[in-house]
Design a protein around this ligand. Structure first.
Ligand code: BDR
Ligand code: CA
Length: 309
């Protein structure tokens, strides 16, 4: 039976590729998309989610807009990475259908309450909506079938030396989320940097025709710098979090205690990971079966591309 998945996101180049995977995989049933301010402002992340919904054809899936700002801090975006519009060079037709009337936080709570134990919640942006939902209804931690984030790292950051962007953008929210009564699966940078869309991947994706030309390849290459020797392609961070729900067999995860630094002079937003804790609050992903991952993702994308042509 297909796994139901609810995605809280900030599209975002890789968020868009993650939505494409959730929509295209017949083993996943996308039950809702909620948006948060992150890579770009909330208005733009929501507009992108609405446009992607219609362009890809998951019109019946509700899209609900959530928090525009972090819990306590100033907004800090990543438009320098994702472009001012959030989707790089990609321009999609304006959406006709509107967002859901409910706020994302209410939508998340009500959707999980209606189907306890059956929906896999995935967050690929700052954790503001999830923290607000936990504060309003702590029982969501029991109602999810699982909870997976793209965020954090146990080695290095990308927003700062110590902090990964989604945690750094709203560390207070991330702390609430890791401290809640559930086990977070953390798909952090250590894992997602293994999922780089390198030249071989891109050349196979280019075979997929129109959808690849207009959407997939531009999203997967927008900020790739071929002159940087450290890079073997742009990492598709958020795709990994969705892939984990469908194909956990591709990932190695280890139980750990994760704490979020909120006060550090140089380390705010850092996820402090103890792999030998008295009590674990997370499963932290460490290793990806890279060929298996790309075979899976490319297969799903090919399926959508065939329907889209
Ligand atoms: C994360 O930050 C965002 O810029 C990406 O969409 C991804 O969710 C990677 O650090
Ligand atoms: Ca994201």
């Amino acid at each position: 039976m297909a796994r139901s998945i609810l995605i809280d996101c900030d599209p975002g180049l890789d968020d868009a590729l993650a939505l494409l995977l959730a929509h295209g995989d017949p083993n996943l049933n996308l039950v809702g998309v909620t948006t948060v301010g992150g890579n770009v402002g909330l208005e733009t992340t929501t507009r992108n989610a609405l446009q992607l919904r219609e362009y890809l054809g998951f019109d019946k899936v509700p899209v609900a807009a959530g928090a525009a700002e972090p819990l306590t801090r100033q907004v800090r975006d990543a438009a320098h990475v994702h472009g001012a519009g959030g989707l790089g060079d990609v321009v999609l037709p304006e959406a006709v259908l509107e967002a859901h009337d409910d706020h994302a936080v209410d939508f998340i709570i009500d959707t999980l309450r209606a189907a306890p134990g059956s929906i896999h919640l995935v967050a690929t942006g700052p954790l503001t909506n999830i923290a607000l939902a936990l504060e309003r209804e702590p029982a969501i931690a029991r109602w999810v079938a699982s909870f997976t984030i793209m965020g954090g790292s146990y080695t290095r950051g990308n927003a700062t030396v110590a902090a990964e962007f989604n945690i750094w953008a709203d560390p207070e929210a991330a702390r609430i989320v890791f401290d809640a009564d559930w086990r977070v699966t953390m798909i952090g940078l250590d894992l997602t940097l293994q999922a780089q869309a390198n030249a071989a991947v891109i050349s196979r994706l280019k075979e997929l025709g129109k959808l690849a030309d207009h959407l997939i390849v531009p999203l997967a290459t927008f900020y790739f710098n071929p002159n940087d020797e450290d890079w073997d392609g742009q990492a598709v961070h958020d795709v990994c979090a969705v892939a984990y729900v469908a194909r956990p067999d591709l990932f190695t995860v280890r139980p750990a205690r994760v704490d979020v630094e909120t006060n550090g002079e140089f380390t705010t937003g850092m996820t402090v990971v103890d792999f030998d804790p008295p009590i674990a609050n997370a499963n932290v992903a460490t290793h990806l079966d890279v060929p298996g991952f790309w075979a899976y993702v490319e297969n799903v994308y090919a399926r959508v591309a065939r329907e889209h042509s």
